[in-house]
Write a protein that binds this ligand. Structure first.
Ligand code: PLP
Length: 369
């Protein structure tokens, strides 16, 4: 890769291939794979990630909202796309673009059947989501009879899959709770199969469940964060490679005399002569303000440069007093040597939040390292 000459987000498709192989090595060959590309592919580029995942052999893609599914279709992606959290207001568009909705409540299923009938659909694929303990989205165990009766009254939709989502699959202290969720979903699923008289695909595992709960594997798994190189566990992360590398440059270097201050609110005050570098990335680009005042750091020529003062909207300042560097040099903010998890911890957040906050103002550059 040429050195960055502005702020860029490199998307390394070879890292994605590597992570995909690592994750699927934990699964039976027959298990279907759903690649989660919501939130712009966890802050990278959903269409680029989706295309590569399809080459790798994923069976399904998932997004959170209809607009994200539409963007995949606009990018020419024809694979099945599960929309995890659709709203009835978007059902016309969802059907026009052949997106497949998760049905999570009586209200939503009734509204979707009405729409599918209006569009003269037959056997339109839908995915029934059950709540097994996350208490976020999904039908209750008590709803099975109602679902089956409602579906038997129409041939406009057909259940392609049934699924549930785990609340704490990364947390071994919650093992009993998670095993309870897995058992609960299995029992709901077997009851639903009997009521329906056919066998939809079953899925429950996210990345951490693939790694921690083989008993939750079922017919398909939904993997997100692991594909992007993070496994909610430092031991797992050793086997994964970050897909995104966030890079920037030194725009300007300042020599600060003792007693001078840096940035808004004069939050950094020099106690001796210090050298600072200004980097063109700020909180509007997704660098949390909580990383200011020496909580976070960047890498310049392999050395740690702490962020000093408050993170501004469009830039931040780092201390380079101890680093041999010059204006125009490359700066690494997230990458192999400075994982999103490290920076996330420093900012009191998680890799998911840090990655998905990377703004679309930053140029995406697809590469293979
Ligand atoms: C986001 C999401 C996933 C992916 O979870 P990871 O921890 O990123 O693997 C799976 N299922 C549902 C319902 C989700 O919302």
């Amino acid at each position: 890769m040429p050195k960055a000459s502005q702020t860029i987000l490199e998307i390394d498709l070879n890292a994605l291939d590597h992570n995909y192989r690592f994750i699927t090595s934990h699964l039976k060959p027959s298990t279907r794979i759903l690649g989660v590309v919501k939130a712009g592919g966890y802050g990278s580029d959903a269409a680029e990630i989706a295309k590569e995942l399809l080459v790798l052999g994923v069976d399904y893609l998932a997004v959170a909202y209809v607009s994200e599914g539409v963007a995949l279709r606009d990018a020419g992606i024809m694979a099945p796309v599960l929309v995890l959290h659709p709203q009835p207001v978007n059902f016309d568009q969802l059907i026009d673009r052949c997106l497949e909705p998760a049905m999570y409540s009586k209200r939503v299923l009734s509204a979707f059947i009405a729409k599918a009938e209006e569009h003269a659909q037959k056997n339109y694929p839908v995915h029934i989501k059950f709540n097994s303990g996350l208490n976020r989205l999904g039908f209750q165990k008590e709803d099975t009879q109602w679902i089956a009766e409602t579906l038997s009254g129409t041939d406009s939709v057909r259940v392609k899959s049934m699924f549930s989502h785990l609340a704490a699959s990364e947390d071994m202290a919650e093992r009993d709770f998670t095993l309870g969720q897995i058992a609960k979903f299995k029992s709901i699923a077997s009851e639903m199969k009997t009521l329906l008289g056919y066998e939809p695909i079953l899925h429950q595992s996210n990345t951490s469940a693939i790694l921690n709960y083989p008993e939750a594997e079922l017919d398909m798994v939904r993997t997100g964060i692991g594909l992007y190189g993070y496994g909610n566990n430092p031991e797992i992360d050793k086997n994964l490679r970050p897909v995104v590398n966030l890079k920037s440059v030194i725009s300007q270097i300042h020599r600060i005399e003792s007693g001078e201050t840096v940035g808004y609110n004069r939050a950094f005050k020099a106690s001796g002569v210090e050298v600072t570098a200004t980097i063109p990335i700020g909180h509007a680009d997704g660098i949390p303000r909580s990383l200011g005042n020496k909580k976070g750091f960047v890498l310049i020529n392999g050395e740690k440069a702490p962020i000093i003062g408050n993170v501004c909207m469009d830039m931040l300042m780092v201390n380079i007093t101890h680093i041999d560097c010059k204006e125009g040099d490359e700066v690494t903010i997230i990458g192999e040597d400075i994982p999103a998890t490290t920076l996330a911890e420093a900012g009191n957040t998680i890799s998911y939040e840090l990655l998905t906050a990377i703004s679309h103002r930053i140029k995406r550059v697809v590469c293979r390292k």
